[in-house]
Design a protein around this ligand. Structure first.
Ligand code: PEP
Ligand code: CO
Length: 457
């Protein structure tokens, strides 16, 4: 255990100055605040508010991710594309945590290694957009950039960036994280209870295919019980928070010097990642995140070259520190089998051992004739399969999965055992951004990935 009361270590002047170097670099995807002073004041206020996570937890996560990179653990990262302030209710947070816990039990069985549980939660409020503006019925307004920037309603007032939202974002993240901590430490995560929810899933005739695996897990738990496993110990789980580190007026003030080490930690989340649109090697985001101690992720799309990847490693993980760097690949089901293996080959012999995670969501978007942004469950599964195949072929470790999901019974992605079709999308489409797997589809994906993991190990 890390002692939070160790002597205070001051940070180097140059370390502190470095945290603002990004301000001199090209930067993408930031809002234009109508009132710069108000934005400044909001950021200044954030810098005085308590950290949301503790540096010791962040260090612990780094060691866990290092194990995953070695093939001795598996990362499950999931949650909304864009969390909303209105969606930060007890029920919705509970159901998302529950979904991740249920998936984790299935994956743990499939992989026979610990599963690191991580939410795209408690700070996933800022979104990169492909266009600065949105036009509806001849009216053009600023694009929605996430609840921490502006409102979704299509009115000039709502779409104007409002710096007050930075502080609301912080408080919403704080209350979300508080509830996550309560659920995962207070008995809700009890292995036997989580498994009993999974039995309910497999008992549904639509999911008959997965009954065999659910029964095997059942037997394993009974065996643990009979062998005297300490189920009290299995009532608590580690659960980490993560989001895309996009909005610098939030990320910078939440970055603090840790008094144990004198080093900067982004205390808004345990893990943060750089998106596909902001990973320019000479840009602000890469520079800023190169300076924080958190484990960090980078999304890699299908056009990533081996040289791009090596430059990112040299900037973000120059010491080749285990657990420091995660590559989250989002190639598309049709491209992953061509695009991923060359990257995996290239890295061999470079001394770098990033954790490889698949995001089977962002390369598989489509828009229906009726105008719904959606994804096909089968393509999502196919990209996951392509991910495992690529790693198997090259001899590297497929270390985790990153998905957009919700615990609710929404109808945003096509397919799955409930056979959601284009007409059904309209019944309950709630995402303000990308389509998410619903509760059932998420569990189904976990069962399918568990089967793949069983085949890999
Ligand atoms: C996201 O994770 O919601 C996202 C925008 O992903 P990407 O950066 O991979 O496009
Ligand atoms: Co998304």
């Amino acid at each position: 255990m890390v002692d939070p009361f160790e002597p205070v270590v001051e940070a180097d002047e140059s370390v502190i100055a470095g945290l603002d170097h990004w301000r001199e670099l090209p930067i993408r995807q930031q809002p234009v605040w109508p009132d710069e002073h108000a934005a400044h004041a909001a950021s200044a206020q954030l810098s005085t508010l308590p950290p949301l996570v503790f540096a010791g937890e962040v260090d612990q996560l780094r060691t866990r991710l290092a194990r995953a990179a070695e093939g001795k653990a598996f990362l499950l990262q999931g949650g909304d594309c864009a969390e909303t302030f209105a969606g930060a209710t007890a029920d919705q947070i509970r159901d998302r945590v529950k979904t991740v816990l249920q998936m984790a039990v299935v994956l743990t069985y499939g992989a026979s290694v610990p599963v690191i549980k991580m939410g795209r939660m408690a700070g996933q409020f800022a979104k990169p957009r492909s266009s600065e503006t949105e036009t509806r019925g001849g009216v053009t307004l600023p694009a929605y950039r996430g609840d921490i920037v502006n409102g979704y309603d299509f009115t000039p007032e709502s779409r104007q960036a409002d710096p007050g939202r930075l502080v609301t974002g912080y408080h919403t993240a704080a209350s979300t994280l508080n509830l996550i901590r309560a659920f995962t430490q207070g008995g809700f995560a009890d292995l036997r209870q989580v498994h009993s929810w999974n039995r309910g899933f497999a008992a549904n005739p639509a999911n008959q295919r997965y009954e065999g695996l659910a029964r095997e897990i059942d037997r394993a738990i009974k065996f643990m019980e009979a062998a005297g496993a300490d189920f009290d110990e299995l009532k608590r789980v580690e659960f980490y928070a993560s989001h895309e580190a996009l909005l610098m007026d939030y990320e910078r003030p939440m970055t603090r010097i840790d008094s144990r080490t004198g080093l900067p930690y982004n205390t808004s989340a345990h893990f943060v990642w750089i998106g596909e649109r902001t990973r320019d090697i000479d840009g602000a985001h890469v520079d800023f995140l190169s300076r924080v101690r958190n484990p960090i992720g980078v999304k890699l799309g299908p056009t990533t070259s081996g040289d791009d990847m090596m430059r990112l490693i040299d900037r973000l993980d120059p010491d080749r520190e285990p657990g420091r760097l995660t590559f989250i690949t989002r190639m598309g089901a049709g491209k992953i089998r061509d695009a991923l293996p060359p990257l995996l080959e290239r890295i061999k012999g470079e001394g770098a051992t990033p954790l490889w995670v698949t995001d089977p969501m962002h390369g598989n978007g489509l828009t229906t004739p009726a105008g719904y942004k959606t994804r096909r469950f089968d393509e999502i599964v196919d990209e996951v399969k392509g991910f495992f195949e690529s790693h198997r072929a090259v001899g590297t470790n497929p270390g985790g999965i990153h998905v957009e999901l919700t615990g609710d019974d929404v109808t945003e992605c096509l397919g799955g055992s409930e056979h959601i079709d284009e007409a059904t999308l309209a019944t309950r489409y709630e995402s303000l951004c990308d389509p998410r797997l619903n509760h059932m589809q998420s569990l189904e994906l976990a069962f399918l990935v568990a089967e793949e993991l069983g085949a890999t190990r």
